[in-house]
Design a protein around this ligand. Sequence first.
Ligand SMILES: Nc1ncnc2c1ncn2[C@@H]1O[C@H](COP(=O)(O)OP(=O)(O)OC[C@H]2O[C@@H]([n+]3cccc(C(=O)O)c3)[C@H](O)[C@@H]2O)[C@@H](O)[C@H]1O
Ligand SMILES: Nc1ncnc2c1ncn2[C@@H]1O[C@H](COP(=O)(O)OP(=O)(O)OP(=O)(O)O)[C@@H](O)[C@H]1O
Ligand SMILES: NC(=O)CC[C@H](N)C(=O)O
Length: 539
Amino acid sequence: MKIALAQINPIVGDLAGNTELILAAAREAHAAGADILLTPELALTGYPPEDLLLRPAFLQQCKQAIGRFIDEVDGITLIVGHPSGVAGDEVFNSASVICDGNLLGRYDKLLLPNNAVFDEVRYFTPGFAPLVFEQDGVQIGIAICEDIWDTEPAAAARDEGAELLLVLNASPFHQAKQETRREVARQRVEENGIPLVYCNLVGGQDELVFDGHSFALNKSGELVLQVPAYQNQIAYCEYIDGDIARSDVAADTPIVESIYGALVQGVKDYIGKNRFPGILLGLSGGIDSALTLAIAVDALGAERCHAVMMPSRYTADISVTDSRAMIDILGCKYSEIEIWPMYESMMAGLADEFAGREMDTTEENLQSRIRGMLLMSLSNKTGKLVLTTGNKSEMTTGYATLYGDMAGGFAVLKDVAKTMVYRLSNWRNEQAIANGQPAPIPERIITRPPSAELRPDQKDQDSLPEYEILDAILAAYVEENLSIADIIARGYAEADVNKVVRLLKINEYKRRQAPVGPRITERSFGKDWRMPITQRFTL
Ligand SMILES: Nc1ncnc2c1ncn2[C@@H]1O[C@H](COP(=O)(O)OP(=O)(O)OC[C@H]2O[C@@H]([n+]3cccc(C(=O)O)c3)[C@H](O)[C@@H]2O)[C@@H](O)[C@H]1O
Ligand SMILES: Nc1ncnc2c1ncn2[C@@H]1O[C@H](COP(=O)(O)OP(=O)(O)OP(=O)(O)O)[C@@H](O)[C@H]1O
Ligand SMILES: NC(=O)CC[C@H](N)C(=O)O
């Protein structure tokens, strides 16, 4: 029995397009001799459909699409993920088994994740029974994503006679997630002694990135199929003599490469699925905007990227030289716009109001806001989306200007700490050199000390702890959820920990106004960070 896994990239809410995508996958898999086509979780709607699930018309159309699968899928058993039910009543997260004009059965997801980025209890009623169906004399059980993260659903399917478990998934990426998934799946295989096939989505959806990385484990728990990350493709494995035979096992993707891939996929799909002609960004000669541009060019091609250098009196000559050098390598559209005349004009307009007051961050922020305004004006005129460049360390400490460098539509590095910005930049350069291409990020952009260049001789580290320390404290507090005391007990200076946590707390309002950006860690400042802005808890 040949099983096809559709590692596809549906668009949330595009029921007609996704239906065609699934039908095309069924035709392709059938032509390749497959007996079964397994799709990802909620393949019909894309994942997560969020409050679309509350709209009666949406669920009604999902039902019609299932009718089309029943009418049109031919010669292959389709296992398709979709919502079922009636809005306002019971709605299930389901998988239908469809073959040659018949609906052989419907499975409803038993375990609904409601942690981290998941909200399934808001939308779905849990199912209550396993589904096991027969194909070519083999008893096949079904599970949907979270179902395999606990023991019972797989055991229930095995108790019903399943000899093989097929799992539909919408499992978003974060650092090292693939190892975790495989380990979870391996435990189910070990407990039940049956092989498992895991089909995951690929693609970006707002802040989530699905890396694909579909796989199969044989009954000994060995990896016998692994589909490469971020590839939109149909993969195949064979169930022979009671087990899955070894087929193509793609090598694991190293962490830095997998994060870079997630950022590229996130940008590509946000821009592509929202139909923007391209992107704009402010290129400063610093590492954050340089890395953001490299990612954008990899995602969209140089011709869809427009970098704008906006020097001021405080911009070092090397910032302009290095920006031009980067553009020479990447070949994207580039403009230079002097901001000092605008700054002086704004300051003249404010002179009476500011009379007798010292210079402070107001003037720094004004430069940032002029740049933000120029980029947004170019966006309005050209239809291109502005990418913001702030990283997670800056989003933690509030080291960014509202309506200034935070102005834009998609925050590429929002979940990438500054230390990871360096690792990604170095990796991208090394990868280019290894492929015989010029390194996209000029070396000096990586080696010079970071500066906002908003006043003379400014360096980020004048006002922030060293990034190594800042990022470690940030990861401990945000991702590991440790208390201030726990982090100090790890050996960090009390003053540093207190400073970082204080900055984190007082800047919640800024994060709430920030654009979405791809999630790459176990806890990003997105759906999985829901802190009150107005609050008094201090530990
Ligand atoms: N709780 C609250 N809820 C809602 N709004 C609140 C608020 N607290 C202040 N605000 C508002 O926010 C304003 C302060 O925020 P904002 O105007 O952004 O300004 P602010 O946070 O005071 O300053 C921005 C900081 O970011 C640094 N920066 C700027 C640009 C680029 C970079 C870089 O390296 O990338 C760094 C800059 O050097 C400065 O330290 C207040 O004036 C007030 O209007
Ligand atoms: N001279 C400039 N020209 C164009 N854009 C700029 C300029 N200066 C700052 N920006 C924009 O504002 C963002 C914030 O940059 P800033 O230089 O203040 O700090 P940063 O966080 O160190 O970023 P980077 O590493 O990109 O310089 C930059 O990434 C860039 O998009
Ligand atoms: N969609 C789901 O049920 C995903 C939940 C699962 N824990 C995962 O992240 O892979």
